[in-house]
Each structure stands twice: as structure tokens, then as C-alpha cells.
Design a protein. Structure first.
Length: 344
């Protein structure tokens, strides 16, 4: 049965079966290799000759537990696909493919959103990671705009294994990117866009002081809580609207009785092992990041926004580790939930 993920409109995906292998093989190779791939922007033809995949490899994946290829179809034929591999509480995402002539239409973004939510719903995934060729900075930037962060880890290309193609350059390597997905996608369960991306860095390096003016996040939905309060979120920060003071409220509303709203309320009441203040944050190892006690990484733009919006001396942050949401309190009242980022 197809798995339906709703964004601006209905977007359907389904797990592939063995009979899909020939069509998937044609789709993936056409998007990454040869002249046909040059019709889209994801081509690797300038870096690699040979194949991107083959039918036997695809059949092996389809038959292997804890691995799945998700397919999006149009007019009965695969138009896009993505690979997920389960590894404990995280999953690897790879082979994100869109038919070359259908690229730059939003299908890739919708498929990425749907795959992340599928992993959360089916495997209770808390983090997604991937490897992207360092020679593809535009692709890395695309994933960063969708909430992924470079971990600093780099993996070698499997030279000598023709299953992965014939390199045209001797210096191919992969950058590892990671994103925490659990809370973000729970917030989005009842609809609305699931971009859930943290704001792009706007400063050349980590900073310890707040500029005079800090642009607010791009709020994209309202979250109602059972206690009557109204929150706003951009997917990475969920904060009391009375604190955020948005010029206008988003039109998409997550109801108080929804799973997403109840999950946020649950974070407010959950026990936390770590407590620290905004003054305890130190510059992180990545540009425009801060690190808190316990190795918790935080986006610098969010930190600056909180410093501007809240009384620094009365603001406390509470967490359990580098992969868990951070609860923000002001004068003893819970006012925000902040998604961390993974630092190298």
C-alpha cells in the first residue's frame, strides 16, 4: 500500500519490490551518468563514467532487511526514488534520484521530506546521515538548506570497484552530512510544509556577542498547546509567540490535540540531566555554531535570536545530550524547544 506524505499537495511514495529493479536501474543511471543526466543538475557525468548502479545490486537492497528504496511515481512509472538503510536509531539516506527532465520542480525536496518522515514513522529514526561527493558543493548546499550539517568527517571514494563507476579524477571523496529529524517531523505530522531547516549561517565564523539587530527565523506554522498558549516554529525552533512576537502568524496551524503539539508539551515536562545558561555557551567547531555543556551543538542564529528575545540572566537551557531537543525556560517557565546540531 502506498505511503502518503502530504505537503502542499498529496505526495505518494511506496517501498520498491523486486519487479521494480529494471525501471529503477534505468532511472538512477539516467540521472547520474551519461548524456541523459546532463538534462538535470544532479549529473555526475563530469566526475564519473560507467554505471551508478545495476539491477543485481538493487535487488539485493530490496531483499535486505532494514533497507528500503522508496519510489515516487507519475503516470505509473518511477519518477524519483531514494535509499534508506537503518542503523540503530539513525538511518543512512542515499541515491536520492529525480528523473532529469523533472528536476528543479520540487520533487526532490518533497521526496526528501517524505523519506525522513517515513523513517521516523516506520523505524522511529532520530537522525539521518548521508555522504555527498565533496566535488559537488552545490548539492551539499542544497542539503544544508534542508537542515543537514557537515560533520567534518570525510570518507574515501571506493576506487577500483567498478560497481560505483569509473572515476575521471583521482581526488574523489565524500563529505558526511547529518540531520536530527525526530521532533521536527512530529511537529509536521498534521500537515504543512516540512522543510524543517535551520537557518543558514550569516556570519563568517562563530561569534560570542549578539549583533544589535537579529533577523527572526522564517516562521512557517503555528502550534497550539493544551495550556492555551500559542507557539510559532520554523522547524528547528518552537517558541512561545508571546516571546517571539512575530509580525504576523503563519496560516498553517498544528492543533493542540495533535501528536506534534503533545510531543512538544511532553518535552517541557520530561526530565533533563543538563542545565546551563546562555552565558555558558562557547563557540563551536563549525562556523556560526555554539557548543553547550554535554557537547550540545546549537545554531548561532537561534542563539542570537534567543539572546535578543529573552532575559539572559533568567534564561536556562535543559537537555540530555547532543542528539536530544533542548528546552528553553525563562523565569522558570518553558518557552521554547530548540533542535541541536551535530558538531564534529
Amino acid at each position: 500500500m502506498p505511503y502518503t506524505f502530504s505537503v502542499a499537495r498529496e505526495f505518494r511514495i511506496r517501498p520498491a519490490s523486486e519487479r521494480d529493479a529494471p525501471a529503477l536501474n534505468r532511472l538512477v543511471n539516467s540521472a547520474y551518468r551519461g548524456e541523459s543526466s546532463r538534462a538535470g543538475w544532479t549529473t555526475e557525468a563530469h566526475l564519473l563514467d560507467g554505471q551508478r548502479t545495476d539491477e543485481d545490486w538493487l535487488r539485493d537492497i530490496i531483499a535486505t532487511p532494514d533497507q528500503v528504496i522508496l519510489i515516487h511515481e507519475q503516470d505509473g512509472a518511477p519518477t524519483a526514488c531514494v535509499l534508506l538503510e537503518r542503523h540503530g536509531s539513525e538511518c543512512y539516506l542515499g541515491m536520492l534520484t529525480v528523473k532529469p527532465t523533472a528536476q528543479a520542480t520540487g520533487i526532490g525536496r518533497q521526496l526528501l521530506d517524505a523519506a525522513e518522515r517515513w523513517a521516523v514513522d516506520t523505524w522511529s529514526t532520530r537522525g539521518v546521515y548521508m555522504s555527498v561527493l565533496i566535488q559537488r558543493p552545490e548539492l551539499i548546499a542544497w542539503y544544508q538548506r534542508r537542515g543537514y550539517h557537515r560533520t567534518g568527517e570525510q570518507k574515501p571514494f571506493p576506487y577500483g570497484d567498478e560497481r560505483f563507476g569509473l572515476p575521471r579524477t583521482p581526488d574523489l571523496a565524500f563529505a558526511v552530512l547529518r540531520k536530527i529529524v525526530g521532533l521536527v517531523l512530529l511537529v509536521a505530522l498534521l500537515g504543512g510544509r516540512a522543510d524543517a531547516q535551520q537557518p543558514e549561517p550569516k556570519h563568517p565564523g562563530p561569534a560570542t556577542s549578539s549583533p544589535a539587530t537579529v533577523a527572526p527565523p522564517a516562521w512557517n506554522r503555528v502550534v497550539k498547546l493544551a495550556d492555551g498558549r500559542t507557539f510559532v516554529t520554523d522547524g528547528g525552533l518552537v517558541i512561545d509567540a508571546a516571546v517571539a512576537k512575530p509580525a504576523t502568524l503563519p496560516t498553517i496551524v498544528v492543533a493542540a490535540d495533535s501528536v506534534g503539539a503533545r510531543t512538544i508539551a511532553g518535552y517541557f515536562t520530561a526530565p533533563h540531566q543538563l542545565e546551563f545558561g546562555l552565558s555558558d555557551l562557547r563557540p563551536g567547531s563549525m562556523s556560526n555554531t555554539f557548543v553547550a555543556p554535554g557537547g550540545i551543538g546549537l545554531n548561532g542564529n537561534y542563539v542570537r535570536f534567543l539572546r535578543n528575545a529573552l532575559p539572559t540572566g533568567a534564561t536556562r537551557l535543559h537537555g540530555n545530550g547532543p542528539r536530544d531537543p533542548v528546552v528553553v525556560t525563562a523565569n522558570g517557565e518553558s518557552v521554547a524547544v530548540l533542535m541541536p546540531i551535530v558538531l564534529p
